[in-house]
Design a protein around this ligand. Structure first.
Ligand code: FES
Length: 167
């Protein structure tokens, strides 16, 4: 399958690549993957990763290794919003188990699943570096901290209601 990126995405990719010495083009891999993932409905197929490899003149395996190592890249389709709840020690002590259960019940899905309308994916992840604000979660580039049931209701409503009356 042929993969095509928009002119805008290609422009951004070239801008990123230009920040590195010509012989170190591969250093642009992480930011380029972010651009591409946004471009391809939030996840990276093998064909997309191969295309990135060819743009950066590296082997496909070098892209696969990076994509499967970092949790912010997805290799399967995900919802419009990926809710990542931190479940590491400090967040766990402050109630991350309850946060996860509350979201599972509210969204009608389990951790690792996506709502049938493809709006939310729920994940449990390790420390996101905001332990002092536990319990917390991340959606895209946004952190939500000191979570309570009321805050979770607000977050789901704020994001979900843009796409469906259900929320
Ligand atoms: S333990 Fe949750 S952010 Fe560090």
């Amino acid at each position: 399958m042929d993969v095509h990126f928009s002119q805008e995405a290609l422009k951004e990719i070239n801008r990123i690549i230009a920040q590195y010495p010509k012989e170190r083009k591969n250093s642009a891999l992480l930011p380029v993957l972010h651009v591409v993932q946004k471009e391809t409905e939030g996840w990276l197929s093998p064909e997309t990763m191969d295309k990135v490899a060819s743009i950066l003149e590296i082997k496909p395996i070098e892209v696969y290794e990076v994509v499967t190592f970092y949790t912010m890249y997805f290799t399967k389709p995900v919802g419009k919003y990926v809710i990542e709840v931190c479940q590491t020690g400090p967040c766990m002590i402050c109630g991350s188990d309850h946060i996860i259960k509350y979201l599972e019940d509210k969204l009608g899905i389990k951790v690792g699943e996506t709502t049938p309308d493809n709006i939310f994916t729920l994940r449990a992840v390790e420390c996101l570096g905001a332990c002092g604000y536990a319990p917390m979660l991340q959606i895209g580039e946004q952190y939500y901290e000191h979570l309570t049931e009321e805050k979770l209701d607000q977050i789901i409503h704020e994001l979900g209601s843009k796409h469906s009356d259900k929320y």
